[in-house]
Design a protein around this ligand. Structure first.
Ligand code: DOR
Length: 437
């Protein structure tokens, strides 16, 4: 029988059913068509000797600033950064200007993404106190991964802070509601803790109580209505302990920043570049997040890629905006943590490939198996790289991981059957497609 392949990946160690198996992988058009020994010689062969082949890495939280602040990022530049970092699919956030909070803006974003994005993509629909009717009809909207609810204010003007409105959003949405969980009343009350020029006070202002109070509230609402919610960028040990006991309706994310940087060192070293919401916190929180990773209590890792221009980040605190880029570094930083023994490769694949598909219902991705979409991340587990601002493809041009050394690095990104990135170079432009749910 003659077999036809558009690309063959030979001699790699493939992550299949939780194990690394030495085998070839044949791709035909946008699908994985064969796993096993392939004798055929074709001009399109990727020699993956000594490399690890993972299901395509999925980043479920990025902010790409289009429309509104395209000087800091746009859909093209952000997704370019993603594929350079080994990310094959991403979920982009609605806190743009104008926000993606009605069907017209959503459709405009889908159109803007068409033939411009390097990775595959889906977009969040922003919740407001007034758009619940639209939230009830999102299942049929192409390219929509879910609803984003800001319970506390951050970048942009999306906010649903009153309990009755949060309840309305969670109870009426026909998709999972992902939540920026900080309590707006506490944010307002504690403004007196902001110390002008002292970014160390950021975590004092938006303190532990601010996070856990909101998280308790949204979890109770989800349980009351028996709805699924996803709590984004969890940062406190109090939330970890609470969420561990409330897994039925709730999944949650943490970020590589919160697993790698902690206060006060991060603020001593990075100043306002370390400012984000919810904040980087002290080591006891970082330690508990790692314990939660170890015990498989965290469901997903997201970068919360939130680029801001240097000239704005360098303003005096609290004029400096919150957020840091991360879509290009999430995978290198986490694979380094695998090499350091902080988590296993299986745990990383669960967090960044399998669980995003299970939780959000992404079709045909997350696993290397025949018939699935041909999205693969190829990794050199031994490659050592010092991350530098100069490597960052995001328009913001900086990273909190400047001069951070990693062992393990993505050397190939395959998207919809195309080798889009090899050895740090983009080979084919803009082949991304909307994800199917
Ligand atoms: O620090 C943050 N920056 N947290 C968010 O939730 C939003 C983000 C942004 O868009 O800048």
């Amino acid at each position: 029988m003659s077999e036809k392949f558009s690309l063959i990946i030979k001699n790699g160690s493939c992550y299949i059913d939780g194990k690394l198996i030495k085998t070839d992988v044949g791709l035909y058009e946008n699908k994985i068509s064969k796993i096993g020994k392939i004798e055929l010689n074709s001009s399109k062969v990727f020699d993956a000797t000594g490399k690890v082949i993972l299901p395509g890495i999925i980043d479920t939280q990025v902010h790409f600033r289009e429309p509104g602040s395209t000087d800091a990022e746009d859909l093209e530049s952000g997704s370019r950064a993603a594929v350079l970092g080994g990310v094959t699919s991403l979920f982009e956030m609605p806190n743009t200007n104008p926000p993606t909070a009605n069907l017209i803006e959503f459709e405009k974003k889908l159109q803007a993404a068409k033939n411009r994005m390097h990775s595959n993509y889906a977009f969040y629909f922003g919740a407001t106190p007034h758009n619940t009717e639209q939230l009830a009809q999102l299942k049929k909207v192409e390219g929509c991964c879910g609803v984003k609810l800001f319970a506390g204010s951050s970048t942009g003007n999306l906010l649903v802070d009153k309990e009755a409105d949060i309840e309305k959003v969670i109870s009426s949405s026909d998709r999972i509601v992902s939540i920026h969980s900080e309590d707006e009343d506490i944010i307002k009350l504690r403004k007196k803790f902001i110390k002008k020029g002292h970014v160390h006070s950021h975590a004092e202002w938006r303190n532990v109580e601010c996070a856990i109070s909101s998280t308790r509230r949204v979890v109770k609402i989800a349980e009351r209505y028996n709805k699924k919610i996803h709590v984004l960028h969890v940062t406190t040990k109090e939330e970890v302990d609470f969420l561990a006991m409330h897994k039925k309706n709730v999944t949650f994310e943490t970020t590589p920043q919160h697993l790698t940087l902690y206060a006060p060192d991060c603020y001593d070293k990075l100043g306002t570049y370390a400012q984000m919401n919810p904040p980087l916190r002290s080591k006891e929180h970082y330690d508990r997040l790692w314990l939660a990773i170890k015990n498989n209590i965290v469901d997903v890792l997201g970068s919360d890629h939130a680029p801001h221009l240097k000239k704005n980040k360098e303003k005096e605190y609290p004029e400096s905006p919150s957020g840091m880029p991360g879509v290009q570094t999430i995978f290198p930083v986490m694979i380094d943590h695998v090499n350091n023994g902080r988590l296993t490769l299986n745990q990383l694949v669960n967090l960044m490939c399998e669980n995003p598909c299970k939780i959000f219902g992404i079709k045909n991705k997350g696993y290397i198996k025949e018939g699935n979409d041909a999205d693969l991340t190829i990794v050199d587990m031994k490659k050592e790289v010092t991350i530098k601002n100069e490597m960052i493809a995001s328009k913001c041009g900086w990273t909190p991981f400047h001069n951070y050394k990693v062992k393990g690095f993505p050397v190939g990104t395959i998207i919809n059957g195309n080798l889009v990135m090899a050895d740090g170079k983009i080979l084919i432009e803009s082949k991304g497609k909307p994800l199917q749910f």
